[in-house]
Design a protein around this ligand. Structure first.
Ligand SMILES: Cc1cc2nc3c(=O)[nH]c(=O)nc-3n(C[C@H](O)[C@H](O)[C@H](O)COP(=O)(O)OP(=O)(O)OC[C@H]3O[C@@H](n4cnc5c(N)ncnc54)[C@H](O)[C@@H]3O)c2cc1C
Length: 593
């Protein structure tokens, strides 16, 4: 039986194993805790609350569980974690606090930072002991701000182990399909550690890839069912493990159940949240939450109106790498209506993106900017940032430069030559040695990439100043020879070099742009979620402007204003806090505090 569609998506009618979930009874209307959303933070909260003896319901507006968490890298940034210690690594609470203080620069209540540092290691140790969630240290992945005190060259970012999706039974049909960009060849699961080995071309990378492909091909039973790998990696592994952990506890997760508004007992001033109103296929239902509602409903990045209200201009929901239509800010609006304070609403977890025709959302460009031989320029043909900078700072620089250049930096353009094209990936373009131009879709030429025999010809096609581009390339070629980028110090720290090519000397992030044909790709000012939201305290309770909590209301993940302030301290800086404050909220509710 062929059981996947032309794009490799899992079809809804496949029976994966005996371990099916029976049709869910939706007659119950009262629970101790209702969790809104089914991302990693929400499901961590639900698992923890159930273990505390509370009755829990998870409601999810879409027909798939997992949210953006499911299509993410699944990495979590957990300072002082036991995995790193187990392998002999050294970190401490104080060193991590030094780093977080420097990164957040006074923007976040110190009590929240302390809560994070205390509970993040406990949260992940708990999940390892009690649930299906398994991680390993991506020990070479450095903290993003290597220049700040307390930064580590690796050990705080954790990477999910692969998860055997047959354990989900038919519930696998309800998993949000991972992005092709998170899979080897668009279908084979791998860890971030595997992906890094291949991207950095570390010793043995070809064997690693061959091993993954063989494992996939030889799984004959699963191959007869679907083109998708039996194993899930990255964010899929994380949400599958959490979903299975909810199934182990019989915690119901209702799909197509759209949160609409809060039920407040006693009015807006001093009132307590006692339930929610949901929409199920046009039918409104009121559900009672005896103890609390936890918002884990993501941010507002898919709501164009809210983007225009809060985010810097220009802004487009279509530039976001998050699932279209999911995170439209319903929880934010409901919290505001209940009197909540907000913070950081003008910030996203920025990441440049490339739109690809026929794909439902654009792809984030996280690693490729560091590969040697690609530069990014504005419309004047000038560089404006260290291309290898963390993705948040990269897009922030696009906005800053856009203001200075009168709108010539959004979009920005990544430029590379034939040598780069042959050897490295960029967005959806796999290296030419595996996917030559002749095998690329015709429709991509002039929409995903532009190509010309000369730099001047390329500049003309994309509307970039040709003289400016020629001068920039000359300068960069000098820097490639000396290994020193005098403008932006690209490749000058461990984070930049993480995605460099170890075989390129003297600087793994710099190579000349010399051999035609030349290529350009358009980078939009994208994001992987909004960063601002409802203000919360150290217990994840939603608070008013005077600091008093709204009884019965908690917010985590991108529904809340980030504990990281305007920073992105390391890989996993969004999911780590989402899961940790989910864990904190569940314990706080159980204590009845
Ligand atoms: C390609 C990519 C890679 C990434 N990699 C990483 C990484 O490795 N590490 C990291 O830390 N971060 C990563 N991120 C960012 C991270 O995935 C998000 O910041 C994170 O998933 C946000 O979690 P959340 O729980 O707030 O929202 P989500 O995971 O998006 O979950 C929110 C859920 O709430 C549901 N919802 C929304 N409104 C309602 C409503 N009204 N009623 C009911 N349900 C509702 C949504 O449908 C969704 O399922 C990545 C993002 C992308 C796009």
């Amino acid at each position: 039986m062929a059981a996947s569609d032309a794009r490799g998506n899992i079809r809804a009618d496949i029976h994966f194993s005996e371990a099916s979930v029976s049709a869910q009874d939706q007659s119950q209307t009262a629970f101790d805790v209702i969790v809104v959303g089914s991302g990693a933070g929400a499901m961590t909260a639900a698992v923890t609350a159930a273990d505390q003896g509370l009755s829990v319901l998870v409601v999810e507006k879409s027909d798939k569980f997992g949210g953006t968490s499911a299509i993410s890298g699944g990495g979590i940034w957990i300072p002082n974690n036991h995995y790193f210690k187990r392998m002999g690594g050294r970190d401490s609470h104080d060193q991590a606090l030094t780093y977080l203080r420097a990164a957040t620069a006074g923007r976040v209540d110190e009590r929240r930072l302390l809560a994070y540092l205390e509970h993040a290691p406990k949260m992940i140790a708990y999940l390892e002991a009690k649930s299906r969630v398994r991680y390993a240290v991506a020990h070479k992945y450095p903290d993003y701000y290597q220049h700040l005190p307390g930064a580590l060259p690796g050990g705080r970012s954790l990477d999910p182990e692969l998860f055997d999706t047959s354990l989900l039974g038919d519930e696998l049909n309800n998993l949000r399909t991972p992005s092709p960009s998170t899979l080897l060849m668009g279908r084979i699961a791998w860890t971030a550690r595997d992906a890094h080995k291949a991207m950095a071309k570390e010793r043995g990378w070809r064997f690693k890839i061959m091993g993954l492909m063989l494992r996939y091909q030889l799984d004959l039973r699963w191959r007869r069912k679907t083109r998708m790998d039996r194993r899930a990696g990255l964010g899929s592994a994380l949400v599958c493990a959490l979903r299975r952990s909810l199934m182990d506890r019989n915690v119901p997760l209702w799909l197509k159940t759209d949160f609409q508004e809060l039920v407040l007992e006693g009015g807006k001033e001093g009132g307590k949240v006692s339930g929610i109103v949901v929409d199920q296929g046009g039918v409104r239902r009121t559900l009672t939450a005896r103890k609390a509602v936890i918002f884990g409903a993501g941010g507002f990045e898919q709501n164009q109106q809210l983007r225009e209200k809060y985010l810097p201009d220009p802004t487009r929901a279509g530039w976001s790498a998050t699932p279209p239509g999911c995170n439209t800010g319903a929880a934010l609006l409901a919290g505001q209506a209940a009197g909540a304070a907000t913070d950081l609403l003008e910030w996203c977890w920025w990441a440049p993106t490339i739109a690809v025709p026929k794909e439902e959302k654009p792809r984030g460009v996280f690693a490729e900017r560091a590969f040697p031989g690609a530069i990014v320029v504005n419309g004047l043909g000038r560089r404006f940032v260290n291309e290898a900078a963390p993705y948040l700072e990269f897009v922030d620089s696009m906005y800053r430069d856009n203001a200075v250049t009168g709108g010539r930096s959004i979009p920005a353009w990544v430029i590379f030559d034939a040598h780069f094209r042959f050897n490295y990936a960029m967005g959806p373009l796999m290296p030419g040695q595996v996917m030559p131009d002749s095998r690329l879709r015709n429709a991509w030429l002039g929409s995903v990439y532009w190509k010309a025999d000369s730099l001047a010809g390329l500049a003309e096609q994309i509307g970039v100043d040709a003289a400016g581009l020629a001068a920039t390339v000359d300068t960069m070629n000098d820097y490639a020879r000396t290994g020193i980028d005098k403008d932006f110090a690209r490749g000058g720290n461990a984070f930049d070099r993480y995605y460099g090519d170890v075989n390129v000397k003297p600087n793994p992030c710099l190579a000349p742009i010399a051999k035609g044909p030349f290529y350009a790709m358009r980078l939009d000012a994208g994001d992987i979620g909004t960063k601002g939201g409802l203000l919360t305290n150290a217990d994840a309770q939603v608070i008013r402007a005077d600091g008093s909590p709204i009884p019965g209301l908690y917010a985590i993940g991108n529904t809340s204003a980030s504990v990281m302030g305007t920073a992105y301290p390391g890989a996993g800086g969004t999911l780590g806090p989402a899961m940790t404050f989910g864990y904190i909220a569940a314990h706080h509710i159980a204590r009845g505090a």
